[in-house]
Design a protein. Structure first.
Length: 304
């Protein structure tokens, strides 16, 4: 049954599996009725995923000393900008023992391109070195920093590295729809993307976003990018409140959940217990995944 609300004439299309056009997305963006927007976003999420919302626990490693344990992480992620490909390879090799049983990802695609001097063939060589050292995939592919994203992604994949999620580093609200369409088009061209995180990691000082902008962005990304399996929110960056609300607007994956227990917090406050409680409170079913977006069985390994 189609409900009656400000965008009710679009609800049938939302559940049909057909992506929204530019004009329809602009109409959603201009709508002031957030409940109506949420109805559309959640309709797509439930039509494609049912009640399931996945989450990934990540052990993020900067340039400091490696931690003693990765905790409950299904992904070990190397952050920071290496000064050279030699430094990047050294960091990968050092992290491999810690990542045993998990997926090792690292670095940002434009940073790796910069280390290759902008040369795509050199990027293939660099990717092959990192893959041979033990890296499974590039951690971030920010669309706002990649002018020729398709060719760059093909280059690193040719070198043996995965590119499984698309991100945005910085974009004001007015530019978000263009980037959402770029994500959709890029998936059509190269495929292999499991998730798209449409909320920028950094807010422009001149045009900071609001919570209203963010939930609209989530819903529009879900309505436009029907060919990308998951719309993702960074749990550590945006916090549990917005992440939980985002589920009601179409998000179906929460990334960067802490992997290490907080001393003295107790089992009810463990990262996994907290994320599962928050997802359940959003009337969804929490399901753990690893860095390859494979569902994890109760024992921590990939399930069916």
């Amino acid at each position: 049954m189609i409900s009656q609300h400000a965008l009710s004439d679009l609800e049938a299309k939302a559940v049909s599996g057909e992506a929204f056009t530019r004009a329809e997305a602009e109409r959603v963006a201009a709508c002031t009725d957030l409940v109506s927007i949420g109805v559309l976003g959640e309709a797509v999420r439930r039509a494609s995923r049912g009640s399931r919302v996945t989450f990934g626990q990540v052990c993020v490693i900067g340039t400091a000393v490696l931690p003693d344990s990765r905790g409950g992480a299904g992904e070990v992620r190397l952050s920071g900008t290496p000064a050279s490909i030699d430094e990047a390879e050294t960091r990968v090799r050092a992290a491999v023992p810690l990542a045993t049983g998990a997926v090792l990802t690292g670095f940002s695609l434009p940073e790796l391109l910069n280390l290759a001097g902008g040369d795509h063939m050199e990027l293939v060589t660099h990717a092959r070195r990192l893959s041979t050292a033990g890296l499974a995939a590039v951690a971030d592919a920010p669309l706002d920093r990649l002018d020729d994203a398709a060719e760059i992604i093909r280059a690193v994949r040719h070198g043996g590295l995965g590119v499984w999620r698309l991100t945005i580093d910085q974009a004001d609200p007015a530019a978000r729809l263009d980037l959402i369409e770029r994500a959709r088009d890029l998936q059509r061209e190269v495929g292999g993307v499991h998730a798209f995180a449409p909320l920028p990691r950094f807010d422009p000082r001149e045009t900071p976003s609001t919570g209203y902008d963010d939930v609209r962005t989530i819903a529009i990304a879900r309505l436009v990018c029907r060919n990308i399996p998951s719309i993702q929110v960074d749990w550590a960056l945006y916090g549990p409140k917005l992440a939980q609300v985002a589920i009601a607007y179409g998000a179906d994956d929460l990334d960067n959940v802490a992997a290490v227990e907080t001393p003295g917090a107790g089992p009810r406050k463990s990262p996994r217990a907290d994320i599962e409680r928050q997802i359940t409170a959003a009337w969804a079913t929490p399901v753990a995944r690893n860095g390859r977006f494979e569902i994890l069985a109760a024992g921590g390994g990939p399930g069916r």
